[in-house]
Design a protein around this ligand. Structure first.
Ligand code: HEC
Length: 173
């Protein structure tokens, strides 16, 4: 038993040491260009899902009506979402692809997060995403504004003409 435990400790130690040398000798490039590292996507996805946890089931206290979607469109334009996630019916902004991970297009023609629970989007906008360019908006926006922009993104593929019109403006006043 003692031998087994000793073997286990030495084994884990060697693994950590290998990882350390791999990381400190350029084995892991932290540049934004290039594809994902081995297991990176899987681990990041699992960690994010665990962080969001039960919040994905949170329901918006506001309905996805015209007033809230219009308000959400203004939030989207006034808080730099547009800079990274792009404009309605336009190609993705150049900067989106220079981040790693890339900033996804959240309005059509992008797929966005229309299939994701609104609670998940609310959590992501509120808390941001570590190791990415996605900022946390908890201290910048009210909770109502975070719900409104989350409702907008959830319904991005079926927005009314007036909401689309707001999203096409270059500045939102
Ligand atoms: C400086 C750039 C930047 C800004 C500003 C920004 N984001 Fe992001 N956002 C990102 C990046 C990069 C990701 C991808 C992170 C990842 O994949 O881990 C992301 C991811 C997201 C996601 C998750 C997308 C998905 O496919 O699951 C949502 C939702 C989101 N952002 C909403 C917003 C909203 C709303 C705003 C404005 C209030 C905003 N973002 C502002 C860069 C930005």
């Amino acid at each position: 038993m003692i031998k087994f435990l000793l073997g286990l400790v030495v084994g884990i130690g060697l693994l950590l040491l290998t990882g350390y040398f791999f990381a400190t000798h350029g084995g892991i490039s932290l540049a934004t260009k290039g594809g994902p590292l081995p297991m990176e996507r899987f681990l990041a996805h699992q960690a994010l899902a665990a962080s969001i946890g039960q919040s994905s089931g949170d329901q918006s206290p506001f309905p996805a009506d015209e007033t809230n979607l219009l308000a959400g469109a203004h939030v989207y334009l006034q808080n730099d979402c547009v800079m990274c996630h792009g404009r309605l019916d336009q190609p993705a902004p150049d900067v989106a692809k220079r981040f790693y991970p890339h900033a996804p297009q959240l309005l059509p023609p992008g797929e966005g997060v229309t299939d994701d629970p609104v609670g998940t989007t609310h959590w992501l906008v509120k808390n941001g995403i570590r190791f990415s360019a996605m900022p946390a908006f908890e201290r910048k926006l009210t909770d109502a504004e975070i719900w409104q922009v989350s409702l907008l993104l959830r319904n991005a593929d079926k927005l009314s003409p007036p909401v689309q019109e707001v999203l096409r403006q270059s500045h939102s006043d």
